[in-house]
Design a protein around this ligand. Sequence first.
Ligand code: GAL
Length: 755
Amino acid sequence: MKKLLILTGILLLFLIISCNRTNEPNALLLDTGWKFKTGDDPAWATAAFNDSSWGTIDPKKIWEDQGYKGYDGFAWYRCTVLIRSSMKDETKMTDSLQILLGKIDDCDQVFLNGELIGENGKSIYTSSPASDGFIKTQGMWNVERRYVLAAGDPRIHWDKENLVAVRSYDQGGAGGMFGKTFKISMVGLGDHLKLDLTSTAFIFNGDSLVTKTFSATSLTGTEQLKGELAIEAIQSDNGICIYSERSIIDMTPHLKIEKTTSFRKSMSAPAILRVTFTEQVTRKTVTAEVEVPYLLTPASPATPRINGAKVFGVRPWSPFQYKVAATGQPPLKYSAADLPEGLAINPENGLITGSLKKKGDYLVRLTVENQLGYAERELKIVVGDLISLTPPMGWNSWNCWGLSVSDKKIRLSADAMKSSGLIDHGWSYINIDDGWEDTHDKNGNILPNSKFPNMAGLCNYVHSLGLKIGIYSSPGPRTCGGYEGSFGFEAKDAMNYASWGIDYLKYDWCSYGNTSPEPEPEQLKKPYKEMRHALRKANRDIHYSLCQYGMGDVWTWGAEVDGNSWRTTGDIEDTWESLSSIGFSQSKCSPSSAPGRWNDPDMLVVGYVGWGPALHYTRLTPGEQYTHITLWSLLAAPLLIGCDLEQLDPFTLNLLTNDEVLAVNQDPLGKQAIQLYKSDEYEVWARDLEDGSMAVGLFNKTEKPLNIPVEMKSLKIEGKWSMRDVWSQCDLGKVRGHFEMKTRPHGARMVVLSK
Ligand code: GAL
């Protein structure tokens, strides 16, 4: 017994030590020392419970990556930590303690010493007994958990061991704690005053006036915050301050103030907007900075220009729909010479419809005219077995609306795709993600929920705008959002999708994992083959998008199950860490990319995103967003915009409408770029294009401007080549042997080299 006590003592000490490592004076790191168990028992919230038989877990990674593959349901995390009162010494504000627990997929309740202190991102301020009415709130998986308690709260045991217990529940897909910040600290000035410069977009008026609205929020429970607020705009290239403004702010607890500031700057020159609050008594400061967007895409000419895919695949007898994408001063008039029998073009909107019976290749000459001139281009129609001969370009509801998607939001997004002009640059799909499903009726037909009163009517509406429409399901009984999946109803579901007029299906693994927890390659393929079989019976070309996060190296067999694209990774987020770790790790799948078979590193995270009803402006800097679009174009990735199209800001629209960049993505050769050079500082990727030219991307991974050199022999080309900057659409003259380009922090350049 004594031995056991000593052992328990050592174990406890170890836990306390491992939970108390810190490199910040006022913070206890909570990123190690966690115990873990699947299942659910209220006793696990209490400090008295002995968890010595539990496994250990790293809270920074989902449990799927740590030996709990395919587990959905309840699981508990426990960590013991000594909360020292000396933490209060160095802060002026000592009224609150915060516990930061990264993110939790999907939902959580957090207990301190057996008492409930918060759930699903909401602190429970008054001390209350543990409740078991756990609300499994959807859409919280991506929210940082920060639970705040008053310093005098009796649930905190100062200078004693405290037990933090997390009861988590996973609906499907990835599960449990993950993220970056796991710590306990006093709430300091920086936590008390939130300067939010990033959740709204910059507005550009005219050709040099920039306007920005930002907010300052007092998060204090009791204290008044008074001090000076300085706003400065600084040119990034030379550090010159081009604008400065100062004012005094005096904030009562919980007050949020909004400020709007305007200044002039060159639209193409990068700059920083910096806001500093200096607290009047302590002179302590809180600073926030944001990069002011710089526009690289020149305005489209007033004369007609034809954009979009140059090759289009269709199956015999399937309904045909191709929209000629073109810019130019309206009205535009569209025509097509040598259209095969069975097709017709609408001269007013450039929509080609009909159907084709015979397999074969058809070359069509498109013409678009306006008062100022005309443009011509060839379109190759390939009637055969393969569709999606260029990567799909469109929009998907998930990254903005999450599960709050509705018929109304889809219609408004389709309207905005058209009215913003995105449609004129080749953007065509409007895809409904998870959250539209209800149940299967007694005849096995899937019923949409009350947010989607008329699916066929919605599809008609989207088609009438010249756009296509997509839908989402899971091979499992439940989708990742907990809605009804297709398990057992595959054939009926495919027939229903086709009868409504669906053009794209994203088929997401989610709860299928429960049917085969340790999937072998054949089991991974099985549900995808089954739905493929069902889709092929429908008289409709439906782009088949596999979503299973890259399991079993899906890129090596996605074509075998007739996928047109397949997700190669987990979900993307609007952070540099997420974007760069996904984007720069795609070279392993390069060889699999081909017309009709695309690697999909997940959707775009530009503009207003949010994964639920509340949206925020992307946390990516402008440079990072140029990297995103440049890299995804080189990767021949499906381009699915993930933002609220009704709130497209000038920068995002400019970013998404560069026809020369998009032409790299849509190049008919369909070859994904190869990673030619990789270091901690920079990367160079290049892809061959159909006309014999080569697109080269230069990526700066550092936080400073960088000159990136490219040796042309690494591109395996010799002699003199013409170089064109595709973002600025400017010729840069001839190069031979070697060239160098200046790149912005986390930014990118893209050139096309041609003989
Ligand atoms: C995830 C998927 C997301 C989204 C979500 C819907 O598994 O990766 O893109 O579709 O499910 O619940």
